[in-house]
Design a protein around this ligand. Sequence first.
Ligand code: NDP
Ligand code: 8X3
Length: 252
Amino acid sequence: MSLTILITGATAGFGEAIARRFVRDGHRVIAAGRRADRLETLARELGSALLAFPLDVTDTAATAALPGCLPEQWRTVDVLVNNAGLALGTAPAFEAGLEDWDTMVATNVTGLIRLTHAMLPGMVARDQGHIVNISSSAATYPYPGGNVYGATKAFVTQFSLGLKADLVGTGVRVTDLEPGLAGGSEFSQVRYGGDAEKAAAVYAGTTPLSPEDIAEAAAWVIGLPRHVNINRMEMMPTCQGPGPLVIKRRDG
Ligand code: NDP
Ligand code: 8X3
């Protein structure tokens, strides 16, 4: 069955890979993101199954206008993939910039809940839909310098579970995808303010998850029969795993 799928953050990384995958699978994709030129390039490449839809998820007026501001034949959104998000910096909390914290909260938390708020009523009225939220392993496993980023993702995971609780009795599904170390996207470049060397070092000597791996997971969860809901999916590359709790020992 061909679905209409709105993906935020489709200009790069996971979102772009998910958009490509879903079009390949025969779905119609509304590709959202701030960089309109990239969306247009994607639309030219993928054809009429993809609608380029410039959107900043922190723009409250723009998100509130959804889905009514979409072209009429694109308004019935079956699946919302809340993928847009970012980490800014790895400084400890006592050195981090408030502006970075505000941007992460505005994008990863407020943008995501506003998009969801805009799209849910239609899904419930149609008794069919699927919210796929892109959280992170950082939601569960804290690490130094992950402070607000990890907290925003913990919010996403808990919000997903709360949505699932509210939607019992409707035909609307909710899935929280929680990837660990993933390369092939702009994530680390953005986190390190464009420092390509630092960004590359994150993946040195590893085989991280790829955007296509995340797209595979997204394709699987939305393709399952309607009575099956994957609540959470934590995925890591084989080379990654949780570590022991850190202990600072006194000298001597
Ligand atoms: P990328 O930086 O490659 O992609 C992030 C996307 O989010 C871009 O398309 C960007 O588009 C978009 N975006 C950022 N801010 C906004 C905004 N205000 N409004 C609309 N779109 C926005 O990173 P990834 O693909 O790796 O990350 C995608 C998601 O996956 C994020 O939520 C991230 O936290 C999460 N994640 C990433 C992991 C990783 O290791 N890479 C692991 C686990 C989770 P544009 O700038 O054009 O607006
Ligand atoms: C991105 C993965 O480990 O950098 O969410 O937080 S991590």
